[in-house]
Structures are given as structure tokens and as C-alpha cells.
Design a protein around this ligand. Structure first.
Ligand SMILES: N[C@@H](CCC(=O)N[C@@H](CS)C(=O)NCC(=O)O)C(=O)O
Length: 195
């Protein structure tokens, strides 16, 4: 049995839950609260010296961190990873982009606003600019495509869904972004069904 250490307030951790649920992979979930500083406790640091969730631990004790690496491990040989090598590379392109250009802006701004109580007017301007640009890029892509890679839901959609669904909490307005809104609805219902 795989153990997931995670905090369900974290989109990065939700990615792991979504993939495990979709693929019916039995996992034991252990809550680790970021807000209570539990990722920095010595016993957790022995599992992940980076002091971050999510991580998974296999029955033999091996551990794996980084949400997108964990999703890739859990989804190996499943329909969530395109069979075609080009589409698979496009999925990886979006996964890398999510970690560099989307999550650091939208997830961090959400953390400031929702969990640290920062006023919307006091948001970090450079993160807001970066987050708006990320959402614009997604909107442009989704105006010409249903999914991020290939013609079905993939890990790229799950990774981007994780924090885009919460973008309004961080003050990012999705109301004029019709393609993102459509994709959020379709992805959300896909996540409720098992593959
Ligand atoms: N790139 C990492 C980011 C992980 C990350 O930032 N985790 C946050 C929660 S979303 C965390 O554990 N923060 C606790 C801390 O830094 O002490 C991933 O995708 O898993």
C-alpha cells in the first residue's frame, strides 16, 4: 500500500489524490498540515528533507516528492499519459510550465490571500502579472483545444486544474475567460469518474 503525506488545502497534494482516485490506486492518506508547520518537523524531514508535501512512501520505505513526479509514477501505463510520444512530450511541456510559470504565481498568491489574510490590494504585483499572463496563455490554448495534450484528459490537465480552480480565491478573475471556465467544468466532472 502506498502512503500519501499531504495537506488537502494544497493543490499540489490534490493532484496526487485526483490521480490515485481516478486510477483506483489504494493509498493511505496521512495529513501533514503546512499551516501548523508539520512539514518542518524532524520526523517529516527524514521523509523529505525539502520539508514539503506531497510525498508518497512505498511499502518498502522508498519516498518520492514533487507532485508532478508522483503523478507520473502513479499514472505509469495509464490513459492519463498519452501513448503517442509527441503528445506525451507536449504533456511534459505543460507540466514543466505549470511548475515554473503557473503554480509559483497563482498558488503563492492564493497562499498569501487565503491563508495569510493578505488584502487583495496588497497582493504582490509581480506575481499577479505573472498569474494573469499564465491564465491568458491557458485561455489562448483552450480556445483551440479541449485538453492540454492530445485529445483526452492527461496529467497536464490535472496539474493545471489543481490551482486554476482556486484562482478566483486569489483575486484572479476567470469570468471573461470562457475557455478556461468550460475546461474547468469538464475536467472537474472527469475527475469525479474513475477511468
Ligand atoms: N514543486 C513542489 C512544491 C511543493 C510545495 O510547495 N509544497 C508546499 C505545499 S503546496 C509545502 O509543503 N510547503 C511547506 C513548507 O514549505 O514548509 C511540488 O510540486 O510538489
Amino acid at each position: 500500500m502506498i502512503t500519501v503525506y499531504g495537506d488537502k488545502a494544497s493543490g499540489n497534494c490534490l493532484k496526487v489524490k485526483y490521480v490515485a482516485d481516478l486510477l483506483s490506486i489504494p493509498c493511505e492518506w496521512k495529513d501533514v498540515s503546512v499551516l501548523r508547520g508539520e512539514t518542518r518537523l524532524p520526523e517529516f524531514l527524514t521523509l523529505n528533507p525539502a520539508g514539503q508535501v506531497p510525498i508518497i512512501q512505498l511499502a518498502d520505505g522508498r519516498t518520492l516528492s514533487q507532485s508532478n513526479a508522483i503523478m507520473r509514477y502513479l499514472a505509469e501505463d495509464s490513459a492519463l499519459i498519452p501513448g503517442d510520444s509527441w503528445q506525451r512530450a507536449k504533456m511534459d511541456e505543460w507540466l514543466c510550465w505549470e511548475q515554473y510559470s503557473h503554480e509559483p504565481a497563482i498558488a503563492v498568491t492564493r497562499f498569501h490571500v487565503v491563508y495569510q489574510g493578505r488584502a487583495l490590494e496588497a497582493r504582490d504585483e509581480s506575481l499577479v502579472t505573472k498569474g494573469e499572463a499564465a491564465l491568458d496563455r491557458m485561455e489562448t490554448h483552450l480556445t483551440g483545444a479541449n485538453w492540454f495534450a492530445g485529445d483526452a484528459i492527461s496529467l497536464a490537465d490535472i496539474a493545471l486544474f489543481a490551482y486554476t480552480q482556486f484562482a478566483p480565491e486569489a483575486g484572479f478573475d476567470l469570468s471573461s475567460r470562457q475557455s478556461i471556465k468550460r475546461w474547468l467544468t469538464v475536467t472537474s466532472s472527469a475527475l469525479r469518474e474513475n477511468l
